[in-house]
Design a protein around this ligand. Structure first.
Ligand code: THU
Length: 134
């Protein structure tokens, strides 16, 4: 689990990431932040497209950025929208996160900074992963 300082940083960065969202079609802005095991924070936002299906979620943006920069071990992920209710990662993102963090803590923030914490395993039980291909 994260320290209070780490949670505060996740909260600040995830809100900044959400504010960079490109969501002109849904107007539903989402931010995500990954905390790597060695202390790096990697942000992502949703990036939509005029060809709607080509858009990408905030969580996957953050993960693709992280992995492409050499990070594959994570301590936590945070997500936020503009809403006061927490929003949990979509099914595709749960599967995408699962690849690199089957038990990763997921901090789901509200727009005013409260959070609900669940593990990826709780959000995606009986999941399919790399070990299943052995
Ligand atoms: N979205 C995310 O970024 N993450 C999720 O987990 C759920 C949905 C984005 C995709 C789309 O740009 C917008 O929210 C509305 O679905």
């Amino acid at each position: 689990m994260c320290s209070i300082e780490e949670i505060d940083k996740l909260r600040d960065l995830v809100i900044q990431a959400r504010d960079k969202a490109y969501a002109p079609y849904s107007n539903f802005r989402v931010g995500a932040v990954l905390l790597t095991e060695n202390g790096h924070y990697i942000t992502g936002c949703n990036v939509e497209n005029a060809s709607y299906g080509a858009g990408i979620c905030a969580e996957r943006t953050a993960l693709v950025k992280a992995v492409s920069e050499g990070h594959k071990k994570f301590k936590a992920i945070a997500v936020v929208t503009d809403k006061e209710e927490v929003c949990s990662p979509c099914g595709i993102c749960r599967q995408f996160i699962r690849e690199f963090g089957p038990k990763l803590p997921v901090y789901m923030f509200t727009a005013t900074g409260k959070y609900k914490l669940m593990t990826l395993e709780e959000l995606l039980p009986l999941s399919f992963g790399p070990e299943d291909l052995q």
